[in-house]
Design a protein around this ligand. Structure first.
Ligand SMILES: *[C@@H]1O[C@H](CO)[C@@H](O)[C@H](O)[C@H]1NC(C)=O
Ligand SMILES: *[C@@H]1O[C@H](CO)[C@@H](O)[C@H](O)[C@H]1NC(C)=O
Ligand SMILES: *[C@@H]1O[C@H](CO)[C@@H](O)[C@H](O)[C@H]1NC(C)=O
Ligand SMILES: *[C@@H]1O[C@H](CO)[C@@H](O)[C@H](O)[C@H]1NC(C)=O
Ligand SMILES: *[C@@H]1O[C@H](CO)[C@@H](O)[C@H](O)[C@H]1NC(C)=O
Ligand SMILES: *[C@@H]1O[C@H](CO)[C@@H](O)[C@H](O)[C@H]1NC(C)=O
Ligand SMILES: *[C@@H]1O[C@H](CO)[C@@H](O)[C@H](O)[C@H]1NC(C)=O
Ligand SMILES: *[C@@H]1O[C@H](CO)[C@@H](O)[C@H](O)[C@H]1NC(C)=O
Length: 404
């Protein structure tokens, strides 16, 4: 059976014979809804996609290969209960700054249990039209509040696989609101500015507060953190990742707000190639004092990381986001324990000459960090590790003078 909705917003298909015998069961199992594309950037296709989700709440919503759908308003998944959004064509976000200003996220998956976003061909694309935003905030309106491309909030059982995600106005994929059991795999993410205005704040995957999140087989090209564990992240596993040009695999920033105790625990990053990153791996913590809070990092491992022309292989910052003089007066009260950096190979960029790591631990906190198998070298063969407030069993020979 194939029919078209009375508004013409989507077509619905299900096995005809079975549908007549057990209509509800079959719809749940096999229904397919294909939204009708308006075919022009002036026509917002979000309502048609939303109608399709409502008509196929546990079926498959198909964005066919070769077709472009324009996302001119926030796409919410409300009503999805085990739905699959199969993107074999392109979702193209519009550049209506009046509309998107302060909207938070373009694709919002909020309070959903079980949803899948995939491309069956591997050729599906979600394009956030970020270039216009990166230019607009420099040339036109510095206060423009750019939306994230995806936000998964307060949800469980969400999977995203086999997609290309590009040109987010700001962060690409945010997982927060205590989301749980989330999976990202086989994703190519690409945001590079073609103008003089850099693609600032184009974080790849921001995780936290959230738990039991797996990220694997990612290829990320961007201009901020590649994968970052934010306050409230726990049981996060990120593996088999290539990051080009990023700010690395990060924890933080932690302790920004006064009185806050931001915590990241029980997580692992493994098997990563970090090409051109400002740091391959690291932690960012604010100083203490009246303006900031504290950060707690427990049981986090980075292992088997290849540094290809990254500025630092490892960087810990206890003076993130404030001035040196403030940090001298109010050193960080952060607590770091059970943090391991293992098997870092490759070559740094030489940006910091012979220095390959800068480990500036909390001056008024703890530094339970151990480094092993750090064989990365600077282009001239240097292997200097700058340290401050580090323990004697750090695992590498320290040179004093860490900062940051
Ligand atoms: C842009 O968004 C504004 C505010 O939502 C809306 O009034 C306007 O129609 C939109 N423009 C286009 C071209 O969609
Ligand atoms: C992902 O794409 C590949 C083709 O690149 C395809 O073989 C595979 O079935 C797709 N996976 C899913 C879950 O659709
Ligand atoms: C942004 O500013 C530039 C330069 O003043 C102008 O040419 C352009 O039209 C503006 N763009 C928008 C979207 O307002
Ligand atoms: C990931 O991509 C590979 C190669 O295209 C494919 O074989 C595999 O099925 C994909 N995995 C998922 C979860 O789609
Ligand atoms: C911060 O939170 C962690 C985890 O809940 C806790 O163990 C630690 O004692 C807290 N630190 C402070 C200073 O409150
Ligand atoms: C440390 O974190 C890893 C990675 O998530 C986890 O497998 C392990 O159980 C954690 N250890 C403890 C003692 O919680
Ligand atoms: C260190 O990491 C490299 C690159 O990921 C890997 O090939 C190698 O097997 C690892 N070495 C050990 C001892 O695990
Ligand atoms: C160190 O931190 C404690 C709170 O944990 C605070 O009372 C003390 O003033 C701090 N010392 C410095 C030098 O900032």
């Amino acid at each position: 059976m194939v029919r078209t909705s009375y508004l013409g917003l989507f077509t619905y298909a299900a096995a005809a014979l079975a549908s007549e015998l057990h209509p509800h069961a079959v719809r749940a199992a096999a229904a397919t809804c294909t939204p009708t594309a308006g075919g022009s950037s002036n026509i917002d296709d979000t309502p048609a996609i939303v109608s399709a989700i409502n008509a196929c709440p546990s079926g498959t919503i198909v964005i066919p290969k070769g077709k472009t759908y324009y996302i001119g308003s926030q796409l919410q998944f409300t009503g999805c209960a085990g739905c699959t959004l199969q993107i074999d064509g392109t979702l193209q976000v519009t550049t209506n700054f009046t509309y998107w200003n302060g909207k938070g996220a373009i694709i919002m998956i909020k309070s959903i249990a079980d949803a899948t976003i995939l491309s069956s061909t591997g050729g599906g694309v979600v394009d956030g039209a970020g270039q216009a935003s990166w230019d607009y905030i420099v040339n036109n309106d510095t206060s423009y509040a750019r939306p994230y491309l995806f936000q998964i909030s307060g949800s469980t059982g969400v999977k995203m696989t086999n997609l290309t995600i590009r040109n987010a106005p700001s962060f690409h994929v945010v997982t927060n609101g205590n989301s749980k059991s989330i999976y990202y795999g086989n994703i190519t993410l690409h945001s590079v500015s073609t103008s003089a205005n850099v693609a600032h704040n184009t974080d790849g995957f921001d995780v936290g507060p959230a738990s039991y999140v797996t990220l694997e087989n990612l290829h990320v090209t961007n201009d901020d953190d590649c994968v970052v564990l934010k306050p409230g992240a726990s049981y996060i596993a990120a593996r088999d990742i290539t990051c080009i040009g990023s700010h690395g695999l990060s924890v933080g920033s932690l302790g920004s707000g006064s009185g806050k105790n931001d915590t990241v625990t029980n997580s692992i990053f493994e098997r990563a190639v970090m090409n051109g990153a400002t740091k391959a791996a690291g932690i960012k913590i604010y100083p203490g004092g009246p303006s900031h809070g504290t950060g707690t990092v427990v049981n986090v491992t980075w292992k088997d990381v290849v540094c290809q022309s990254c500025d630092y292989a490892i960087q810990i910052q206890q003076c993130y986001g404030d001035t040196t003089s403030y940090c001298t007066e109010y050193p960080s009260t952060g607590h770091i324990s059970g943090v391991l950096f293992q098997n870092f190979t490759g070559t740094t960029s030489g940006n910091y000459k012979n220095t390959i790591a800068n480990v500036d631990c909390p001056g008024n906190g703890t530094c339970g960090v151990q480094i092993s198998g750090l064989t990365a070298k600077s282009p001239s063969g240097g292997s200097t590790v700058l340290c401050a407030n580090t323990p004697s069993n750090l695992g590498v020979t320290c040179t004093s003078g860490a900062s940051g």
